[in-house]
Design a protein around this ligand. Structure first.
Ligand SMILES: NC(=O)c1ccc[n+]([C@@H]2O[C@H](COP(=O)([O-])OP(=O)(O)OC[C@H]3O[C@@H](n4cnc5c(N)ncnc54)[C@H](O)[C@@H]3O)[C@@H](O)[C@H]2O)c1
Length: 314
């Protein structure tokens, strides 16, 4: 059977990059998303490239639809990204649980029914608690999970769900925990503001980022590549991995942007995000031969150049 990759949430930021990277490396990809809005995909791929991808519109909450896509497309690899982010879960907690929790169970069930015994899926550093819960420094991969948002609680549930599927059904999984993803296509979610600031700067508009402090910035293209690797590489259990990287402050992020666009008018609010500055990635490095980590300066320069190519469309 030929390899076929299912990406859930491929209309989203990381998913659009995953589809793009799969397509560019000649892999067959199927997108499952309730949205038909291709604006992010259009920023990344030509119409000709998009024609090689199967786009299936469906709701993760619909278990028959999820099962159907596995069967119809003979899925062999899974990158499960579709979810509602923090502001959406806060606005509608029940819908958040239906999509993020039940939807993830639907993906595991459909994979099991199809005989796919490994899944890569997205968790988040939102599974951990606020900085006051931890000693200074990077937070260990196996630190206690004590989320303060429903979004984080749902992600903890996803991680524990994966554990149970391993113990009961032998299904292995790799769950990656991004922090602040940035890059073309990052236009929604709590930590999308640094990217929105880049887009505003490219258009010559001022922008104020609503938080400050240190965090780990991860380039969407790198994150997507890591998810593809996580879907391909066998593991002997259900593991969660902080994506990690070197922490940097929002001001440093802005500084790199100004190196490329000296006239950019980007302000930074004083209030830090309610998350620790960084999460240790040694487990990821020990388990994966390759960790994709474009430097922040390079990633910002690439993003600005890409946005400039897109012009007013961004
Ligand atoms: N972007 C980040 O900084 C970040 C950080 C930590 C974790 N994550 C996680 O990574 C994953 C991808 O993030 P992203 O930034 O690409 O998200 P995104 O919000 O850009 O995209 C999510 C996609 O999921 C789809 N979706 C939502 N509900 C659905 C449903 N019921 N059925 C089918 N599709 C549905 C949306 O239409 C959207 O295209 C998510 O699970 C997110 O929680 C992202």
């Amino acid at each position: 059977m030929d390899d076929t990759y299912l990406v859930t949430g491929g209309m989203g930021c990381i998913g659009a990059w995953a589809l793009t990277n799969l397509r560019r490396s000649g892999k067959r990809a199927v997108n499952f998303d309730q949205s038909t809005d291709r604006h992010r995909i259009n920023w990344l791929m030509s119409a000709e490239e998009q024609a090689d991808i199967s786009f299936v519109q469906g709701d993760l909450r619909d278990r028959d639809a999820v099962k159907g896509v596995f069967a119809e497309h003979e899925i062999t690899h899974v990158i499960h990204l579709a979810a509602l982010q923090v502001p959406f879960c806060r606005a509608n907690p029940v819908l958040g649980a239906e999509v993020n929790v039940t939807g993830t169970v639907n993906v595991f069930e459909a994979a099991k029914a199809q005989g796919v015994n490994h899944i890569a899926f997205a968790s988040s550093i939102g599974v951990y608690g606020p900085p006051s819960e931890f000693p200074p420094g990077l937070i260990a991969n196996d630190a206690p999970q004590n989320p303060r948002t429903l979004y984080g609680a749902y992600k903890v549930c996803n991680e524990q769900t994966a554990q149970v599927y391993f113990h009961e059904d032998g299904m292995t999984s790799a769950c990656l925990r991004p922090y602040t993803v940035y890059g073309v296509g990052r236009d929604q979610g709590m930590t999308s503001e640094p990217t929105k600031a880049l887009a505003a700067a490219v258009k010559g508009q001022p922008y104020k980022i609503g938080f400050s402090g240190a965090m780990q910035f991860q380039l969407a293209a790198d994150v997507a590549r890591q998810f593809i690797l996580a879907a391909e590489q066998p593991l002997d259990g259900a593991y969660g991995f902080n994506l990690g990287g070197k922490p940097a402050t929002v001001s440093e992020f802005v500084g790199f942007a100004k190196d490329v666009l000296p006239e950019a008018e980007i302000d930074v609010a004083e209030q830090p995000l309610p998350f620790p500055e960084g999460f240790d990635d040694s487990a990821l490095r020990a388990s994966f031969g390759t960790v994709y980590e474009t430097s922040l300066a390079e990633g910002i320069a690439e993003t600005i150049a890409h946005m400039q190519r897109l012009g007013d469309g961004i």
